[in-house]
Ligand binder design. Structure first.
Ligand code: AMP
Length: 463
């Protein structure tokens, strides 16, 4: 998880970064950070909280430069320590390197040991610090930026969309499988933006140019973007869960509009697992697009069963079961007159631990629903993610050990059905071999200790 952004423009960077990060807030709510190059050094601010909590108007006015990078964090590798808040900063031989990263390395420990063996000390437990260390280690030897990035692309294993600022120069690169999203855009003021998702470009009125390609290095110069395809896998492995749940529905990832994928998945789900009911309702907001598709395909009226309180905002960590029940009620409230004595098809994006579905079903039943047919716009999540999505262990994944019927009984649905894997792939419009389906199949696109891997061949280009 996490959201990254960078800008190099003719206008002040900080307000632009604020809006980019605000549009990427769904990718991480734990902390936020902005670094700006003022012409001679880096101006920094980062802290815990939402973007609007970390930066006041007065804070943004302190930044004076036109080049900068920013980050919103959802902790995966490294845990919730203050030293893990991004961006990271490295000083070497009079140069300043700032780094933000979305993804997860799977060889962090091996790289930390290797560099520690050469005398490097790490100040955090974040894999982003490892990425910066690898880059800085090559730049210190006098290598060109492109050669340093090529070295990093060969050295780092896992998912990584990375934006850096070397002194006042903005650049980015994406892992050879293109696992996490990454795009670039052009602003009306003659500048360029790098960001996790295209919805962030929309937020600042920038035009989406294209996605950063897997294994590509992009350098933002005064004359535009200079691109070098440094490494390439035989095919990419874009994260399917971005399309299922994580990305904004108004984003276009790797040429594919997310909303369309979700709506088409709902249509296919209706063809595969029709239920005779009086209404189709989403679990808002994650199930909305798929419920629209399900209703259209099935001919059953779309009618909202649950209203989401849009001010709930942050995910509260509530310690007791009683408080957790309250948590669902804080977020969602059924419309009694819509659900009472009715048979309802409830559509959601996924079941991970199964606790959310169980609570929602019991809530809708309490408000008088007679039958609740749960339809899920993803196949069962059966395996952990090592590549940047915060999924628990197999033991915690309800669908890992239980059959669909057992899950149905555990969560208390009248019927339960998931879209098929082939149906989801069809909805994505991408070939199956272009996707990382690790969480749904247990087969991963790169080597992870103890897991099944279908490794893709890599090709290294040299200019
Ligand atoms: P649960 O089954 O209780 O773990 O909750 C699953 C619901 O949480 C899904 O319907 C999604 O809307 C949302 N969700 C999916 N994946 C994640 C994740 N990795 N972290 C947090 N929420 C998630």
């Amino acid at each position: 998880m996490c959201g990254i952004a960078g800008t190099s423009d003719t206008i002040l960077a900080a307000p632009v970064l604020y809006h980019l990060l605000h549009a990427l807030q769904h990718r991480g709510q734990e902390s936020a950070g902005i670094f700006v190059w003022d012409g001679t050094s880096v101006q920094k601010q980062k802290g815990y909280g939402l973007v609007s909590e970390v930066f006041s108007d007065a804070d943004l006015k302190r930044f004076t430069g036109t080049v900068g990078i920013g980050h919103v964090r959802y902790p995966t590798t490294g845990g919730s320590k203050p030293e893990n808040i991004q961006p990271f900063h490295f000083l070497f031989r009079g140069h300043s390197l700032s780094v933000v990263h979305n993804g997860n390395l799977v060889n962090t420990e091996a790289l930390r040991d290797e560099y520690a063996g050469h005398g490097v000390t790490f100040s955090s437990t974040s894999d982003t610090e490892v990425i910066g260390t690898v880059l800085a280690g090559e730049l210190v030897k006098g290598k060109s930026l492109e050669d340093a990035v090529l070295f990093a692309l060969q050295k780092l294993s896992g998912s990584y969309s990375v934006i850096c600022m070397l002194d006042g120069q903005l650049f980015g690169f994406r892992d050879p499988l293109g696992i996490k999203p990454f795009c670039m855009g052009k602003t009306k003021t003659g500048g360029y933006i790098l960001a996790s998702e295209s919805a962030a470009l929309d937020a600042v009125g920038a035009e989406l140019l294209r996605d950063v390609r897997p294994g590509e290095f992009v350098l933002v110069g005064t004359d535009g973007i200079v691109s070098s395809q440094l490494v390439k896998a035989e095919s990419p492995a874009h994260c399917i869960f971005e399309y299922i749940y994580f990305a904004r529905p108004d984003s276009i990832l790797d040429g594919v509009p997310v909303y369309d994928v979700r709506r088409k998945t709902g249509e296919i789900l209706a063809r595969e697992s029709f239920a005779d009911a009086e209404m189709v309702s989403p679990v808002p907001d994650s199930g909305t697009a798929s419920a629209v598709g399900f209703a259209k395909q099935s001919g059953i009226p779309f009618r909202e069963a649950l209203i989401k309180n849009r001010y709930t905002g942050r995910t509260f960590i509530l310690p007791s079961q009683e408080k957790r029940e309250l948590g669902v009620r804080m977020k969602l409230n059924p419309i009694r007159s819509h659900v009472r004595n009715r048979s309802v098809i409830l559509v959601d994006d996924s079941i991970v631990r199964g606790t959310t579905a169980k609570r929602i079903l019991s809530l809708v039943r309490d408000f008088g629903a007679e039958e609740i047919h749960l339809r899920i716009a993803s196949p069962p999540v059966i395996a952990p993610c090592y590549l940047g999505t915060d999924f628990p262990t197999r033991e915690e994944l309800i669908s890992s050990a239980k059959t669909v019927d057992e899950v149905r009984d555990t969560i208390g649905a009248s019927t339960l059905a998931h879209v098929s894997l082939s149906g989801l792939v069809e909805a994505s419009g991408l070939p199956k071999e272009y996707l990382c389906l690790g969480c749904l199949t247990g087969v991963y696109p790169l080597e992870i200790a103890g897991e099944i891997c279908e490794k893709k061949k890599m090709c290294v280009y040299r200019r």
